[in-house]
Ligand binder design. Structure first.
Ligand code: NAD
Length: 483
């Protein structure tokens, strides 16, 4: 097996300092829809990370460091245009690499373009301020890049997470070293190709695929890295924060969730239903902000369960290219984890499942979506991230109980309230412990513009929106005494 033929890059290569180079070692590349090996990717390690960090430092000392905010914005905007021109190619790459149904992969490619447009437009709009101070002083603040930013991203939404993280960092003038996930790195390479084509100077973006414990750990703990942005699991997030602490550099941690949707008796169920189900099964449930808990006021519990079950009955699971509602999981290992959770839920009432289509290849990592009813607060399926296509339904009696259950996992990424009562909407938006609260919607269609991140064990720091630009920069105060 050798490189995967993409027509525009060699899957075994890395990009370091503007040079595409093969790694000495490789890793197999698998298609989750079939379980077969379709090529190889680079297995970068500590040496390659060293070289990438040095290349990023040179870029900051050279052309990239001298690039004005206006020009950085233009480059990002051009990358966005090129992404839009290649949406179909990018979507196919991602579908094959992640097992994501084609329509969902296409949406991710469009979101990547949106991030580039948004951060391209924002690059020259981040300003400092003047501060009234004592007579004889002029005091002002400057927003400056950290320097070299490390980006460690997972496999579930490579394009979206690269867009929000690398996009924000480049907009502020940082030089980035990106370590994509070993399970899915093709669109990271494709993105780097497009960035080059758009005129991004050499070394401003370096991409080193490889294993987490090798390339990822080397990047998180590298003394030349000035900021680390990590999206992934809680245990690895802890390691990243410890590694960054050694060098006393800031980290953004975007970790997992157990995001609830609270359905009150006065909710508009017709409006809510598509969101209740889609938020659980999109990307086969492998979404950090997946809504894997649906909390329902007791008087309408049965009705909501029945109507969700109807929708589950229509869900088809199959290969990414068949573009059904649900694709395979990313790997055999992920399938084992999800099946383990389903066994833990054997004491719950399985009210409906989706269906794996006959043409789904045997080697693919397919799991039928499961809708499970009757979970008590504290049940492991009510508490832990499943990261697969399964949702639990939990009854509640009143607002206080709903809030206690919703806030009872230690995680806090996203929450939603479905109710027609304006007072309740406002009260709960405040009481729910989450980085984002949606009222009568869920996810707001992706929301490139909306700051995103967790509280508690879901992480800290914000990406997306304008807010990310503050994370990807540091504030300098200048106090000039002039008498
Ligand atoms: P993971 O933590 O295993 O891997 C994420 C990334 O970290 C990968 O690039 C991996 O190679 C790297 N990594 C692994 N071990 C490492 C180490 N020791 N040092 C440095 N890097 C290391 O997570 P995953 O299984 O790929 O993704 C699933 C998790 O990510 C879920 O918990 C999910 O909720 C979370 N996630 C969160 C968000 C968010 O925005 N909050 C988005 C997507 C996924």
């Amino acid at each position: 097996m050798n490189e995967m033929t993409t027509g525009w890059f060699d899957s075994r290569e890395m990009l370091i300092g503007g040079k595409w180079q093969a790694a000495a070692r490789t890793l197999p590349l698998e298609d989750p829809s079939t379980g077969s090996e379709i090529g190889e990717i680079a297995r970068g390690g500590a040496d390659e990370i060293d070289a990438a960090v040095a290349a990023a430092q040179s870029a900051l000392a050279g052309e990239w460091g001298r690039t004005t905010a206006v020009e950085r914005g233009r480059i990002l905007t051009r990358i966005g245009q090129l992404v839009l021109e290649r949406v179909e190619d990018l979507a196919r790459l991602e579908a094959q690499d992640v097992g994501k149904p084609l329509t969902q992969a296409r949406n991710d490619a469009i979101a990547l373009a949106r991030y580039m447009e948004f951060y391209g437009g924002a690059a020259d709009k981040v300003m400092g301020e003047t501060i009234p101070y004592q007579d004889g002083y002029t005091v002002y603040t400057l927003r400056e890049p950290h320097g070299v930013t490390g980006h460690i991203v997972p496999w579930n939404y490579p394009m979206q997470i690269i867009g929000r993280s690398v996009g924000g960092a480049l907009a502020m003038g940082n030089a980035a070293v990106l370590k994509p996930a070993e399970e899915a790195c093709l669109t990271a390479l494709a993105f780097a190709r497009l960035a080059e084509e758009a005129g991004l100077p050499a070394g401003a973006l370096n991409v080193v695929p490889g294993l987490g414990e090798e390339a990822g750990a080397a990047l998180a703990g590298h003394p030349g890295v000035d900021h680390v942005s990590f999206t992934g699991s809680y245990p690895v997030g802890q390691l990243i924060q410890k590694a960054a602490a050694e060098n006393v550099v800031p980290v953004t941690l975007e970790l997992g969730g157990k995001s609830p949707q609270l359905v009150f008796a006065d909710a508009d169920l017709d409006a809510a239903l598509p969101f209740l189900v889609n938020a659980g099964i999109q990307n086969a449930g492998q979404t950090c902000s997946a809504s894997s808990r649906i909390l329902i006021q007791r008087s309408r519990y049965q009705e909501v369960a029945e109507r969700m079950a109807e929708r589950y009955g229509a869900l088809r699971v199959g290969p990414a290219m068949s573009d059904l509602e649900v694709g395979p999981l990313i790997s055999a290992a992920q399938k084992r984890i999800v099946e383990g959770y389903l066994r833990l839920g054997a004491d719950l009432d399985c009210v409906a499942t989706g269906r794996i289509v006959e043409e789904a290849p045997d080697g693919g990592h397919y799991v039928a979506p499961h809708l499970l009813s009757g979970a008590r607060p504290g049940h492991r399926l009510e508490q832990e991230e499943i990261f697969g296509p399964a949702q639990v339904l939990v009854p509640f009696d009143d607002e206080d109980e709903a809030v206690a259950i919703a806030n009872g996992t230690g995680l806090g990424l996203v929450a939603a309230v479905w109710s027609e009562n304006g007072g309740r909407q406002m009260r709960l938006a405040r009481r729910l412990r989450a980085g984002q609260v949606f009222v009568n919607n869920y996810g707001a269609g992706g929301g490139v513009e909306l700051p995103f991140g967790g509280v508690g064990k879901s992480g800290h720091g914000r990406e997306k929106g304008f807010e990310a630009l503050y994370s990807f920069s540091q504030l300098k105060t200048v106090a000039a005494h002039h008498g």
